[in-house]
Design a protein around this ligand. Structure first.
Ligand code: NAP
Length: 383
């Protein structure tokens, strides 16, 4: 390196770097090349060449007769380094069945996911897709057209539900789809109103036909990378896609079905529910914890049983704030993806926790978050 400092007199002076390029193997390729650079750019060019793996044979004062004069472009003229492109997922099926010609599936099973004492009604509904071409992958949604007519006499509108099963279905036979559905109930003018589609799905008995459209959605797809880190933030039935991811990662039958996807990364689930009996798919998650303690981590926010730091209800964003440093350090890695599904209300708190962790490191979350999104590593589906 003292060669560089010895030459540092006169900023318009031209220097020549002599280098030898190598091909991927140890065999020398084209041989020796000379590069002319202004003295002011010698240091940065030298460093860049070293990083690129070429062998630097020497640096000399002045313009060699064989040197191509190609000064380093100024930082402003340099093309911006592109963020890694978001995968296009061209092979993922979408809209195989449209609203005008839905697929008619048949309910195989429909049962509660809740334990004694839980609030509300949440069902796991599995439908048979045999005889059609309705294929999907983890993280997609399907549309459901509930039976009956709306008040205007027209057929009901489609409602979208996140798929809770893997592409192989719960029975691994490849022709079923499962949903995780909470019956929507709210009060209007002093009367209890039941959501049309969620009530239809919670009530529909085995054997009944169900009109299905889709699949749709590429926002929540799981990366193919078996070494990815996958952070999942779910409130209530927002667990649906995560249940599918976790089955794909850890269910023994699924793993046997997926020779090219033997997950080895870290999966960290944050789950928000009002009470312990409202926890969804708890037995499955506990079995993954036992079998894969080094790969699966599970953090709960049980809003009406646990308190946050200010004494209020414990929400998922409070758990994220508690672990913000760890999450942030994981997110910095290119192999990490974050998925958020459920209530939109969790988003501001999660952003705030990430912004604090970023600021502690001298970084700006409002710049980083769009970059993560652009790189296809920050996946959000909230209502
Ligand atoms: P739930 O069982 O009622 O649980 C929701 C949990 O989130 C409760 O603990 C609730 O706490 C808590 N919560 C309430 N407000 C919150 C806020 N601002 N920030 C963070 N947490 C909050 O859930 P659910 O009825 O199934 O609702 C899930 C929501 O996700 C629904 O809006 C549903 O439409 C949506 N969803 C979206 C998708 C999707 O985007 N693909 C898929 C499925 C579900 P408290 O009730 O104790 O206040």
């Amino acid at each position: 390196m003292h060669v560089l400092s010895a030459a540092s007199s006169g900023s318009s002076q031209i220097m020549t770097i002599t280098l030898q390029e190598f091909s991927g193997s140890s065999v020398p390729a084209a041989g020796i090349r000379r590069l002319a650079v202004p003295l002011s750019q010698l240091q940065s060019t030298y460093a860049r060449l070293l990083r690129s793996g070429v062998r630097i044979l020497g640096v000399s004062n002045g313009l060699s007769s064989t040197a191509a004069v190609k000064p380093e472009p100024s930082p402003a003229a340099r093309p911006a380094r592109k963020a890694p492109a978001k995968p296009a997922h061209g092979d993922v099926p979408v809209n195989l069945y449209k609203p005008k010609a839905p697929f008619v599936g048949k309910v195989i099973s429909n049962g509660s996911l809740l334990k004694e004492g839980a609030i509300g009604r949440v069902n796991h509904v599995t439908m048979d897709l045999s005889g059609g071409d309705l294929r999907y992958v983890e993280g997609q949604s399907i549309g459901i057209i509930p039976d009956g007519l709306a008040d205007n006499g027209k057929p009901h509108k489609i409602r979208l539900y996140s798929i809770a099963s893997t592409r192989h279905g719960d029975n691994l036979a490849g022709h079923t789809v499962s949903l995780c559905v909470r019956q929507l109930q709210y009060e209007k003018d002093g009367e209890l109103v039941n959501g049309v589609c969620s009530t239809f799905l919670c009530d529909v008995p085995p054997g009944a036909p169900v009109r299905i459209t889709g699949p749709v959605g590429k926002e929540m797809l799981l990366p193919d990378d078996e070494d990815a880190n996958v952070i999942m933030l779910a409130t209530g039935t927002g667990i649906a896609p995560m249940r599918a991811y976790l089955r794909r990662m850890f269910d023994p039958g699924e793993r046997a079905k997926n020779p090219h996807y033997a997950f080895r990364g870290k999966a960290w689930l944050f789950m928000g529910v009002p009470t312990t009996p409202n926890l969804l798919y708890e037995e499955e998650f506990q079995s993954y914890l036992s079998a894969y303690p080094d790969n699966f981590r599970y953090t709960k926010a049980i809003s009406r049983e646990q308190k946050n730091g200010e004494g209020g209800r414990m929400y998922i964003q409070h758990r994220v704030a508690e672990h913000a440093d760890e999450i942030f350090d994981l997110i910095k890695l290119d192999a990490t993806h974050l998925y958020m599904c459920g209530l939109r209300g969790m988003e501001p708190g999660i952003d705030e926790a990430m912004a604090t962790a970023a600021a502690d490191r001298g970084l700006e979350w409002k710049t980083l978050r769009p970059q993560l999104k652009k790189a296809g590593r920050w996946h959000v589906e909230t209502y």
